[in-house]
Design a protein around this ligand. Structure first.
Ligand code: CA
Length: 220
């Protein structure tokens, strides 16, 4: 036993999944289709999807926001956890990736809950703010290009209601954030984002080492 977070080797990770993963079939098929793509590592892990769905339930969220749809796994996990009248606005620039998501959203019966906005997400978020949606969202998930993380977060914080939750993915960046030899643009952007959140008085904060590192920020 240790007072620090446990390291998961392959056997322990498989065990964790075997006793806790409840992935619906439609999500599993979407994950398997995405796993065949060269960009498959942009997809969240299934236990992270389940964790996010639980957070949606815990917060009672009904209006959600996502930056970075990719092939729609996280959007589907969130949409399945939403109440009947719940909605998710999800932003991406790729017609190619997001078109893979739609048949699965339809099959799962949640296509009507998901509002896909194609275009640069900073512009989409600014348009939501201009439309008077500040404070209207309960829950947000940021998982897109890392150089814009600060810009996405500032806008998400505006759009989220007090008490709402923002999740930010890849904040441990495969360990690169703690490797002094790594000075590339993405790593530096994530370091700057994490450093800014460390002392951000507008949020309550927890960085959870699930997947590639997930920051939970509750708006005060
Ligand atoms: Ca990610």
């Amino acid at each position: 036993m240790s007072s620090r977070t446990i390291v998961l080797n392959d056997a322990l990770y498989e065990y964790l999944l075997s006793v806790s993963l409840r992935e619906p079939g439609v999500l599993g098929r979407l994950r398997e289709e995405t796993a065949k793509m060269p960009e498959h590592n942009m997809q969240i892990s299934p236990e992270q999807g389940q964790f996010m769905a639980l957070l949606v339930e815990l917060t009672g969220a009904s209006k959600c926001l996502e930056v970075g749809t990719f092939t729609g796994y996280s959007a589907l996990a969130v949409a399945l956890a939403l109440p009947e009248d719940g909605t998710l606005v999800t932003c991406d620039i790729s017609e190619e990736f997001t078109s893979r998501a739609k048949p699965y959203w339809r099959e799962a019966g949640v296509a009507g809950k998901i509002d896909l906005r194609l275009g640069p997400a900073l512009e989409t978020l600014d348009a939501l703010i201009a439309d008077g949606e500040s404070g209207a969202f309960d829950f947000a998930f940021i998982d897109a290009d890392k150089v814009n993380y600060q810009g996405y977060f500032q806008r998400a914080l505006d759009l989220i209601r007090p008490g709402g939750l923002i999740l930010v993915d890849n904040v441990l960046w495969s360990g690169a954030v703690a490797d002094p030899a790594r000075g590339d643009e993405d790593t530096e952007a994530i370091r700057a984002f994490n450093q800014a959140r460390a002392g951000d008085p507008r949020i309550s904060l927890s960085l959870v080492p699930i997947g590639d590192g997930l920051t939970l920020a509750r708006k005060r």
